[in-house]
Every structure is written in structure tokens, then in C-alpha cells.
Design a protein around this ligand. Structure first.
Ligand code: FES
Ligand code: FES
Length: 185
């Protein structure tokens, strides 16, 4: 909050957001979440609001390539960083490998959790490729990229809940697409 020079506290900010390679200028309440800004101010409703307090993962987006919960991220904190939502995952009208694998291997039922699952999977595969260990990694040495087992995927995706319980297919899709995603970058 800042003083607007008239002795009043200013609770809104005009910010620039770069979402899916498009620049937006929006005025937001300083307490507005990135989730509400993306959905309600920018009209990108692919990102879903499940619990709205950091427990379900439905709102996951990529911020500077790293996955974040947009319901726990202030829009003002995203200024200047590249935001990628589910609408920005596919390039040139082509589904990326992880999206194609979700469709082909039934990685969803109602689809409500799917945007978050997809963004989280892309972020998770990048973390894995960078050698980040998880809680189930046996040899956490930074010199070794841990093998991407089903157990690793389950652990690394454990922040994304699916009420339809499509978990076996989600894990299969991520495992199957992982090599192609690494090439797609
Ligand atoms: S809506 Fe953000 S974690 Fe559930
Ligand atoms: S597909 Fe329905 S919540 Fe995951």
C-alpha cells in the first residue's frame, strides 16, 4: 500500500503482466491473486480455481518456467515475469507431447484438474531434468539426474489432486511423454 499524495492509502496498482507471450496492462487491487487476475481480468479461464487456498493444485501455472500456485501468488508479484497458463502450452496449434499423451492415455475424466496437472507436469519435468531430487529420490547427488520412475512422478505430482482419481493414467501419460517433452523443451 502506498500513500497517493492526498493522504489516502492507495490499494490498487497498475501493473504489466506478460502471459503466454502477450503483454497486458491491468489495474488490480494489491491483494488480488494471480489466479483471479488471469481468469477475471484477462479472461484466461483455462486456469481453474479449486480450493483457493493452496491445497489442490488446480490453479498451477508456470512463472518464469517454474510451477507456482496462482491462488497463493499475488498478481503484483508476477509483474515482469513470464507467466504461462494452460492456454500457452501448445505452440502453433499443435498440442505439446504432454497434452497429446493426456488425451491419448485418458489422463483426465471431468478435466477440472487437468490445466493444473499439465502445467505442473511441464514444471516437474524441467525440475527433474535439472537434477532436482524429490522426497523419494534415493541418491540425491546433484551430479545424477534421478531416474524418472512412477514413484518419482507420483511424489513430484502429489500437490495436484484429482477428484476423479485419474492418477494411474496421469502418471502413465507423464512417463510416456517425458522423453518427448525433454526434446520439446
Ligand atoms: S485453487 Fe490453488 S491450490 Fe487449489
Ligand atoms: S479429471 Fe476430474 S478432477 Fe481430475
Amino acid at each position: 500500500m502506498t500513500d497517493n499524495g492526498r493522504g489516502e492509502i492507495e490499494t490498487r496498482s497498475e501493473i504489466s503482466l506478460r502471459v503466454n507471450d502477450v503483454d497486458y496492462r491491468v489495474a488490480v487491487d494489491n491483494r488480488r491473486t494471480l489466479l483471479d487476475a488471469v481468469r477475471d481480468d484477462l479472461g484466461l479461464t483455462g486456469t481453474k480455481k479449486g480450493c483457493d487456498h493452496g491445497q489442490c493444485g488446480a490453479c498451477t501455472v508456470l512463472l518464469g518456467g517454474r510451477r507456482v500456485l496462482s491462488c497463493l501468488t499475488l498478481a503484483v508479484a508476477a509483474e515482469g515475469a513470464a507467466v504461462t497458463t494452460v492456454e500457452g502450452l501448445a505452440g502453433d496449434g499443435e498440442l505439446r507431447p504432454i497434452q497429446e499423451a493426456f488425451v491419448r492415455l485418458d489422463g483426465f475424466q471431468c478435466g477440472f484438474c487437468t490445466p493444473g496437472q499439465l502445467c505442473s507436469a511441464v514444471g516437474m519435468l524441467a525440475e527433474h531434468a535439472a537434477g532436482w531430487p524429490s522426497a523419494v529420490t534415493r541418491d540425491g547427488s546433484p551430479e545424477r539426474t534421478p531416474e524418472l520412475t512412477e514413484e518419482e512422478i507420483r511424489e513430484r505430482m502429489s500437490g495436484n489432486l484429482c477428484r476423479c482419481s485419474a492418477y494411474p493414467s496421469i502418471v502413465r501419460a507423464i512417463l510416456e511423454a517425458s522423453a518427448r517433452e525433454a526434446v520439446a523443451g
